[in-house]
Design a protein around this ligand. Structure first.
Ligand code: PLP
Length: 221
């Protein structure tokens, strides 16, 4: 598993070489086995992103001896909110009041609030997940009143494109929306994946979610 350690190192160097200050690296481990996560952890990585609840719970079990910060980054189905709220530290893709309320209700007493981001759809027709930009303020207001949640910021998954200018335009839009929500004291812009994280960092990403550049290409499900 030396390759995971060296890929991790090289991604970190790429991030650092951009000179934009502190950017958190979230290692997206969906579809990869617990041993791959353990290898990355031993190479210094603490935060991991998972998209499928059942798969994640199995890995959490196998890795319970490690001090991992678990981020749920997949679409949140309403029948999974309880398991997500009980087992994860962060949820990146909150895009409705209904899901926000269910996550808050499901957060067990005695645990710190679940750290959440609102997922915003910045590419319009091209993508279906996330709320429309105009609705972000209402959802932020709802979440900020929920006891079980702590609103940290915004997340987006723009349409895949090799056009760097378009990548930056989308990420810039997310940043503008965050700035428009100044009363909520948001500190997080979760944006950028393996193929576009440099554009995201140029536009102010504070968390980049990177899978294949660390673990290799996923098999198609
Ligand atoms: C899978 C996934 C990623 C990582 O994608 P890579 O292209 O492998 O870096 C990031 N964010 C979300 C929401 C994902 O589902």
């Amino acid at each position: 598993m030396a390759t995971i350690a060296s890929a991790l190192q090289s991604v970190k160097q790429q991030i650092e070489s951009m000179g934009k200050g502190r950017v958190e690296l979230l290692a997206v481990s969906k579809t990869w086995p617990a041993e791959a996560i353990r290898a990355a952890y031993e190479a210094g990585q603490k935060a991991f992103g998972e998209s499928y609840v059942q798969e994640a719970l199995e890995k959490m079990n196998a890795l319970s001896d490690l001090d991992i910060e678990w981020h749920f980054i997949g679409p949140v189905q309403s029948n999974k909110t309880k398991a997500i709220a009980a087992h994860f530290d962060w949820v990146h893709g909150v895009d409705s009041e209904r899901i926000a309320m269910r996550l808050s209700d499901g957060r067990p007493e005695g645990m710190p609030p679940l750290q959440v981001c609102i997922q915003v759809n910045v590419s319009g027709e091209a993508s279906k997940s996330g709320i429309e930009p105009e609705k972000a303020a209402d959802l932020a207001s709802c979440i900020s009143r929920l006891k079980g949640l702590k609103l940290r910021g915004l997340m987006t998954i723009p349409e895949p494109t090799a056009d760097k200018a378009l990548q930056r335009k989308r990420f810039n839009e997310l940043r503008k929306i965050k700035e428009s929500l100044s009363e909520y004291d948001l500190d997080t812009l979760s944006m950028g994946m393996s193929a576009d994280f440099e554009s995201a960092i140029q536009e102010g990403a504070t968390i980049v979610r990177i899978g294949s550049a660390i673990f290799g290409n996923r098999k198609k499900k």
